[in-house]
Design a protein around this ligand. Structure first.
Ligand SMILES: [Zn+2]
Length: 472
């Protein structure tokens, strides 16, 4: 831009021959090339500094340990969710954030106290490892004790007569499709049973639902998750893949087998909760916000290390890196630890509504909620021109494990910002182990590798530095 102005000024205000003109053009081009390579070298140096810092720093890792051990099961409405928010709030204050505040909102929530599922084989009661789906209702009285009907999916259930289903527990047992390489797509291959299964079974008169856990291992961990009820709610739970196989075999041996199911859970009509927001003020455009975040809640059965404690501590680490290295940010870097990604996705909507109502400009939003394994890339949900600009930075991040920056999805919490035209991004890591632990008690702190965590923080800080410096 500056070079153009200089060029025009020269044309209009100086008497020049064609030869001189060519020389001037050449000099300007050289200056631009020198300026470009200086910027490139300078950017490389800043990014190297970011990684020199982050690969020797364990604050984010220690914060994650706290979240997983002192506030596991951080579901919206739980005491643990507030312990986690308060801990991270204090951390942002310690970092010297320019402002730290709780964005309050009121929303329904749900609580699960216990889930028990068992079968009787040869007079012996065998417990199946199970966790209720959210927001399952409680079973009434002493619980359900009834026959089971196994199906391999929604279509098979819908093809049955209602009388066949009436009063029974529907058992969805179609396994995931393990041939698919991306485990997010593996997950999608069976998630319809968990999300829509209880609703469809309720409409057909079933008294309860059991779902084979949506995961990539045959193991003993139930993987819970949300289910989309309409009017009628029936008790529903996920059982581990090992237990799904046990139940399926027992049903083959004895079609009259009965399952006992006791769920103690309750709807919480209205609770007050919070997104945690910390800002690092920009020095040129302080009213433009570059959002980086993850979700602070986790399922009641899970310490939530990869989902999504790690996204939270990495996002906080972006602020730490900017502060410690003294990187000047033009725009305000806003770290948001969203509440309630898991159950009703109320935190993301609450933030989008809050910023819309207050005419706050979100310049870009980046979410880390796809596991914290070895970095792979960034996906960008924006116009082709914005995708083009951001993907241009890939070569600078290649040495640090970013092998692609391409068009794609972002994150559930920042999704509601899309309607307001905000460019969205998602941080992506190697997904192979993610569905082993997703929404289960297996998602513990020890599954997180400190260097993988650090590389994530570093790459998130680096891409924000570049987007902030050059703009979109
Ligand atoms: Zn998540």
């Amino acid at each position: 831009m500056d070079a153009n102005i200089l060029f025009n000024t020269l044309i209009f205000h100086t008497f020049i021959t064609k030869k001189t003109m060519n020389r001037i053009t050449l000099i300007i081009q050289l200056l631009l090339i020198i300026n470009f390579s200086f910027s490139q070298n300078n950017d490389e140096k800043v990014i190297r500094d970011i990684f020199d810092n982050v690969l020797l720093n364990d604050e984010a890792y220690n914060n994650l340990e706290y979240l997983c051990t002192e506030a596991p099961g951080r579901l919206i409405g739980s005491d643990e969710s507030i312990i986690a928010v308060n801990f991270m709030k204090d951390y942002f204050k310690k970092l010297g954030a320019d402002s730290v505040f709780l964005q309050e909102f009121i929303t329904p929530a749900w609580k699960c106290n216990s889930t028990e599922v068992s079968i009787l084989i040869d007079g012996k009661e065998i417990q199946l490892r199970a966790d209720a789906l959210g927001p399952s209702p409680s079973t009434q009285g002493k619980g359900l004790f009834t026959n089971v009907i196994e199906v391999q999916g929604l279509d098979e259930l819908k093809a049955l007569d209602k009388e066949e289903v009436q009063g029974k527990i529907v058992f969805y047992n179609r396994p995931v499709d393990m041939r698919i390489v991306s485990t997010f797509r593996v997950y999608s291959s069976a998630i319809d049973q968990r999300y829509y299964g209880p609703k469809v079974a309720a409409e057909m008169g079933a008294s309860g639902v059991l779902v084979r856990s949506v995961g990539t291992r045959i193991d003993t961990f139930p993987h819970t998750g949300s289910t989309g009820f309409k009017e009628i709610k029936i008790p529903c739970a996920a059982i581990s893949t090992v237990d799904a196989n046990i139940l399926s075999k027992a049903l083959k041996d004895n079609k009259a087998l009965k399952v006992k199911m006791v769920i103690d859970a309750e709807d919480m009509e209205e609770i007050t909760t919070y997104n945690l927001i910390a800002d690092l003020r920009g020095n040129e455009f302080p009213d433009e916000f570059i959002v980086v975040g993850g979700h602070i809640d986790s399922w009641f059965n899970s310490p939530g290390a990869h989902d999504d404690g790690i996204g939270c501590v990495q996002s906080a680490d972006v602020m730490r890196i900017f502060k410690e290295l003294g990187i000047e940010n033009k725009r305000t870097i806003r770290v948001i630890l969203f509440m309630d990604e898991e159950l009703f996705q109320s935190g993301g909507s609450a933030y989008a509504n809050y910023t819309h109502a207050n005419e706050i400009k979100n310049y870009l939003a980046l979410e880390a909620d796809a596991g914290g394994f070895t970095p792979e890339g960034f996906t960008v949900d924006a116009s082709d021109s914005v995708v083009g600009i951001i993907s241009g930075y890939q070569s600078l991040l290649e040495p640090y494990g970013i092998h692609y920056i391409k068009k794609g999805g972002s994150g559930v919490d920042i999704g509601p910002l899309k309607q307001f035209g905000v460019p969205l991004m998602g941080y992506r890591t190697d997904s192979q182990r993610y569905m082993d632990l997703h929404h289960s008690a297996y998602d513990t702190f020890d599954k997180v590798h400190i260097r993988e965590l650090q590389l994530g923080s570093g790459n998130m800080a680096a891409i924000i530095f570049l987007v902030d410096k050059y703009g979109l």
